[in-house]
Design a protein around this ligand. Structure first.
Ligand SMILES: Cc1ncc(COP(=O)(O)O)c(C=O)c1O
Length: 376
């Protein structure tokens, strides 16, 4: 289907082309100097001590749990209204995902009070997810974590440079994980980053990123090392310089892109404000979002109606999506199922409308008018 208004558009131009060309011509395309530069620049932007570039965010979540020592039998609290990778990572280390509900329809992030209800003797960590780039209630979550001696891992896939209480998301807990999948705020195809203020965690992650080997091929190619030992059971979770080159350009463009998304969101809100059939979450904003997506919720609705509304928009060339089907209802999560009424309603009735820098005001007007027609 060729959409007139797709859900997402890449913010690429000649700068990205040139950056990739430079790497090709340098003849070093795997993990090397550009990856290091990207890690340093990313850490500086976030005001965090260490950043480790990885193949994607899923493995960043896995490594975060592993270096924090979460393992078999441990329980990790997490949202169900998220991408499945958040919960899968918990299972990769043999731990048990314990799903908690969202705050409500105005705030689709993890409910700290529901977390408290689900803490047990085996609970070791809380995995939060900053939905759409909007911060979770981190003050309360960190207070709970301190009280019950829990680690906090932030799935900040949607939130590079978003803020809460003057701190960048991903830097508030013990580890923060970011995605650079092509539709994210920083898009490079596939990529991820683990950030932490604990240098020993970063060292472990760096070691595990490349098979637990004590030297990298880049070090050996430069003659800095000739041999290596393998001191831990690691993985191939490496990033590469082609993607790092894209990441550096995307990072430079990020402030302007976020400002544009913020402005488009305000335009959406103006156009949608008199619409009683929907809720636009996150109108009471805490901190600063990166506006990764623009979610709306249908009021007093059901999945059939939601799909009819989406089909109406699709027939008129407007692409939409759903963030997210609830993870606890997937087949492989059957044994972890629990009652999460607010998550279930949101999963059944959310629609994600297009949002990206190159979207015009007139396109937003068209989307809003078509939505109104669909609802009437
Ligand atoms: C909330 C969330 N967590 C984790 C991931 C996984 O990221 P990646 O595709 O980089 O592994 C995504 C990507 O879609 C995501 O949206």
């Amino acid at each position: 289907m060729n959409y007139t208004i797709p859900l997402f558009d890449l913010n690429y131009d000649r700068e990205e082309e040139q950056a990739v060309l430079d790497v090709l011509r340098s003849k070093w395309v795997s993990l090397g100097p550009r990856t290091e530069a990207f890690e340093q620049e990313f850490a500086a932007r976030l005001g965090v001590q260490k950043a480790v570039a990885l193949s994607n965010c899923t493995v960043a979540l896995h490594l975060a749990l592993r270096v924090l020592g979460i393992g078999p039998g441990d329980e990790v609290l997490c949202p169900s209204l998220t991408f499945v990778a958040t919960a899968n990572a918990i299972q990769y280390v043999g731990a048990v995902p314990v799903f908690a509900d969202i705050v409500g329809y105005e705030d689709l992030t993890l409910d700290p009070e529901d977390i408290v209800e689900r803490i047990g003797e085996k609970t070791r960590a809380i995995m939060v997810m900053h939905y759409g780039g909007f911060p979770c209630r981190m003050d309360r979550i960190m207070e709970i974590a301190a009280r019950y001696h829990l680690q906090v891992i932030e799935d900040a896939s949607h939130a590079p440079t978003a803020e809460y209480g003057g701190q960048k998301l991903g830097t508030i807990g013990q580890g923060g994980c970011f995605s650079f999948f092509s539709n994210k705020n920083i898009g490079v195809g596939e990529g991820g980053m683990l950030v932490t203020n604990d240098p020993s965690l970063a060292d472990q992650a760096r070691l595990l990123r490349s098979h637990g080997m004590t030297s990298l091929s880049y070090d050996r190619a430069r003659g800095h090392s000739t041999a290596y030992d393998v001191v831990a059971l690691g993985y191939n979770y490496r990033f590469d310089d082609l993607r790092a080159a894209l990441g550096l350009v995307q990072l430079k463009k990020l402030p302007a892109d976020v400002a544009r998304r913020d402005e488009l969101r305000r335009h959406y809100l103006e156009r949608l404000s008199p619409l009683p059939e929907i809720i636009v979450p996150f109108q009471q904003q805490r901190g600063r979002s990166t506006h990764y997506i623009f979610p709306i919720l249908l009021k007093d609705s059901n999945p059939d109606r939601r799909e009819k509304v989406r089909a109406f928009l699709m027939e008129r060339g407007i692409q939409t999506s759903v963030h997210y089907p609830a993870v606890h209802r997937f087949s492989i999560y059957e044994k972890f199922r629990t009652s999460l009424p607010r998550t279930e309603y949101a999963a059944d009735n959310e629609i994600t409308l297009p949002l990206y820098g190159s979207l015009s005001h007139s396109q937003v007007d068209l989307i809003c008018n078509t939505l109104k027609d669909a609802l009437s």
